[in-house]
Ligand binder design. Structure first.
Ligand SMILES: *Cc1c(COP(=O)(O)O)cnc(C)c1O
Length: 389
């Protein structure tokens, strides 16, 4: 017999998850296995773990702790805030802050043992001034080899090596750069950046060097240096275009069917009557919309991107793939479930938006984007369960 909880008794997390309209399952076992996999693929180099943007939307607390337990001891975050949070879950790890250091934040770096990634002349000048007061403290030098985002120029970086004016306490522990085209193994850009970075690594001999994020690791040993920086692959996403994805899925997103409706051929669905039904149809209205990162651009009809990406998004329910019907709205998405046998699906069931059956990269592609964006746009309404399979 079911036990009915006290009306004002505390709800267990599990109950909240079971009854949630929108839920995200994060498999920490798969996350740990993916990190070990990338560490192995990194050969003699050791793999760090990139956990910026709340660990690609998975939750930096749980993901950070799981990666630490898996053996990761080098972490990259984007911001100081992320570093401060992560510190609780990775007590003796090295935490590198990609956004670097700004005046006013140095105390938080020192107090939480965070290492700044210095990537411009201004940051370098500021950091030198800070060090003159503070004394020995590690940093990372980010050198731009053609990406033209962050990083010191090649000349500045090479000149710095024997710059006698730098304070004795200036102690870079890592030099790094970032590849622009590693997702395309054929791109000549990879070799060009590799050759430039080799000069940097040679000039900073004795200091660890790091060039590759997830995709670069697949380019082979030449690209590994001492430390690799996998991010997306840890979370099960695809790094290299056109290659079968070898990673385990980590995130599974599901939305509840709020209502099933029977609609006659010739009727239209959702905003703008963008989709006209060609047959009598059964439609499932589910509790996820673009406010939950189920992007409007994967609608079926009436969104300009549909001319670029020919297929609408698909959900998965009762063993069937089901296409999005009409436009995705803020809180709700409609799926065409006409081809699913009627007794197999009812209101209250869940449709998988992505996960084991619909790879996150496939959902992203239908939206005209990449798995990275899908994962980091999940929004605040998901109930989350962290499991270990
Ligand atoms: C985000 C990022 C990474 C991780 O990239 P993935 O493609 O997710 O593996 C590594 N290095 C830098 C500098 C980054 O900004």
């Amino acid at each position: 017999m079911d036990i009915i909880p006290e009306p004002d008794g505390p709800l267990e997390e599990e109950d909240i998850f079971t009854s949630a309209p929108l839920r995200l399952t994060v498999d920490l076992g798969a996350l740990a296995e993916n990190w070990r996999d990338m560490d192995r693929r990194s050969g003699k180099a050791r793999a760090a773990a990139v956990v910026k943007a709340d660990a690609y939307g998975m939750g930096i607390e749980d993901a950070g702790e799981a990666l630490y337990r898996a053996g990761a001891r080098d972490f990259f975050v984007a911001s100081v805030d992320e570093g401060v949070t992560l510190r609780h879950y990775a007590p003796d790890a090295r935490i590198f802050v990609l956004a670097g250091i700004w005046p006013g934040t140095e105390r938080r770096f020192f107090q939480n043992d965070l290492v700044p990634v210095v990537s411009s002349e201004e940051q370098l000048a500021f950091w030198m001034a800070v060090l003159a007061d503070y004394g020995d403290y590690p940093c990372v030098l980010h050198v731009d080899t053609g990406f033209n985002r962050l990083g010191l120029g090649m000349e500045e970086a090479l000149a710095l090596v024997d710059d006698v004016s730098r304070p004795a306490s200036f102690a870079p522990v890592l030099v790094m750069s970032h590849l622009a085209c590693a997702d395309d193994p054929q791109s000549p850009m990879n070799k060009e950046q590799l050759n430039l970075f080799r000069q940097v690594a040679a000039a900073y001999e004795g200091i660890d060097a790091s060039l590759s994020a997830s995709a670069g690791i697949f380019l082979g040993e030449d690209y590994h240096f001492d430390v690799t920086r996998p991010g997306i692959t840890l979370y099960g996403g695809q790094a290299v275009n056109g290659m079968a994805n070898p990673m385990r899925p980590v995130a599974s997103a599901q939305a509840r069917i709020v209502q099933i409706r029977h609609v006659k051929a010739g009727q239209s669905v959702s905003y703008g009557r963008a989709l006209r039904l060609e047959r009598d149809s059964r439609l499932a209205v589910v509790a996820a919309g673009y406010a939950d990162g189920y992007m409007r651009s994967q609608s079926n009809g009436g969104v300009p991107l549909r001319q670029v990406v020919p297929k609408p998004g698909q959900g998965f329910v009762a063993g069937h793939r089901v296409p999005v019907a009409g436009r995705i709205t803020m809180d709700l998405t409609i799926f065409d479930i006409t081809d699913v046998p009627e007794h197999d699906v009812k209101a209250g069931d869940y449709v998988e938006l992505f996960g084991h059956n619909i790879p996150v990269d496939e959902a992203a592609e239908a939206a005209g984007t990449i798995g990275y964006e899908m994962l980091t746009h999940l929004g605040l309404r998901y109930a989350r369960a962290y499991i270990e399979e």
